[in-house]
Design a protein around this ligand. Structure first.
Ligand SMILES: Nc1nc2c(ncn2[C@@H]2O[C@H](COP(=O)(O)OP(=O)(O)OP(=O)(O)O)[C@@H](O)[C@H]2O)c(=O)[nH]1
Length: 338
């Protein structure tokens, strides 16, 4: 329909009235529900797995060779040796020498992946007895730290908690600006300083500010320049040290963001940041993209760190609690046909 012409308002005493068609409200862009986005994001992994499972097990009996081929496929899907061996062991139980269907294999895959992930799928606990609960967010540049902080602040403020944000990535003006926008969107105060300021000093000030304004949670953004590991290490250690002068248990949560599209590299990133900053929780972002979700299984098997949330988009609501069963089924492709 053509847009309606703009008319001046009609004087109520004009002696006539108009009844005119109203312009249709533009339809909201339809967004797939998060679970669908997760499945789509993981479809590359699950399609590859399903394709390989089909070609390995069709018209062949289960023997050493098929098991070895399957193990290779699982390792190529980033699931890690430990989980791959567990899955092939479980598959061979009572099935050796007979034919197995693709659906049977995918079912076992889903169950075993869920078993690995279930212990790490726990909620983030916020201790308000010693408020503010301090969350230090670390991770390589571009893995989604600032966006995750914004989404998390939105979740917490909606639940009635008061949040202060600290723009601790003092190297990038864009990162500070981005955090300020999230601060406005979520009604959270943002403590920031000029570019190049000492991040640890800023974190200290932010802690004081969070006490002054009676915040429940303080979330601190950090730089993630892995190119200069020594400097990064020194900076993160200093932030932790300085915070502990104010509160020995701070930071209560050290959350690392991992980009789901990076694959194997994520495993190494956890090693580094765990050593440097004492990471005690993970968020996997960009699971709506062309994700390589298998790596989360390898990370869970190796590090056993809680995975609190997953990012499934760039919007404020696109942070979901991590659910082992949904994730496992999306990887194994067992729900796609349902
Ligand atoms: N599709 C998608 N994009 C995301 C998600 N999380 C973050 N992003 C995007 O990834 C890009 C990088 O995110 P940032 O939050 O800036 O990452 P950062 O780790 O803070 O990066 P620096 O500011 O460079 O340190 C941005 O374009 C985000 O919108 C997600 O879950 N899904």
């Amino acid at each position: 329909m053509a847009p309606l012409p703009a008319r001046p308002a009609i004087d109520p005493d004009a002696g006539f009235r108009l009844r005119q068609p109203t312009a249709p409200t533009p339809a909201e862009p339809v967004r797939a529900p998060w679970l669908l986005r997760l499945r789509e994001g993981l479809s590359r992994s699950s399609n590859q797995l399903s394709g390989s499972i089909g070609s390995i097990f069709t018209a062949r009996k289960l023997d050493e060779e098929t098991l070895q081929d399957f193990e290779d496929v699982l390792i190529r899907a980033d699931l890690g040796l430990e989980t791959a061996l567990r899955i092939t062991d479980r598959l061979s139980e009572g099935r050796f020498g007979r034919s197995v269907s693709g659906a049977e294999v995918r079912g076992i895959l889903a169950q075993e992946v869920e078993k690995t992930l279930a212990p790490v799928a726990v909620p983030l606990e916020l201790d308000l007895e010693k408020k503010p609960h301090v969350i230090l967010v670390v991770g390589v540049n571009g893995t989604g730290k600032t966006t995750t902080i914004g989404k998390l602040a939105a979740k917490l403020t909606r639940a009635g908690l008061k949040v202060t944000l600290c723009a601790g990535d003092t190297f990038r003006a864009a990162a500070v600006e981005q955090l300020k926008i999230w601060g406005e969107r979520t009604g959270s105060e943002v403590v920031a300083k000029a570019i190049g300021a000492d991040a640890a000093g800023l974190a200290y000030e932010a802690y004081d500010r969070a006490i002054e304004n009676d915040s429940d949670v303080l979330i601190i953004d950090t730089a993630g320049r892995l190119q200069n590991k020594t400097e990064l290490m020194a900076e993160l250690e200093k932030i932790v040290r300085v915070l502990q002068k104010r509160e020995p248990d701070a930071p209560h949560t050290v959350l690392q963001t991992l980009d789901a599209t990076t694959g194997q590299n994520a495993l190494q990133q956890v090693e580094i940041f765990r050593n440097v900053a004492g990471v005690n929780g993970l968020v996997m972002t960009k699971l709506d993209g062309t994700a390589r979700g298998g790596i989360l299984v390898a990370i869970a098997a190796k590090h056993r760190l809680p995975v609190y949330f997953v990012g499934v988009g760039e919007g404020i609501d696109d942070l979901e609690p991590f659910r082992a069963k949904d994730f496992a089924e999306a990887i194994a492709g067992t729900t796609a046909e349902a």
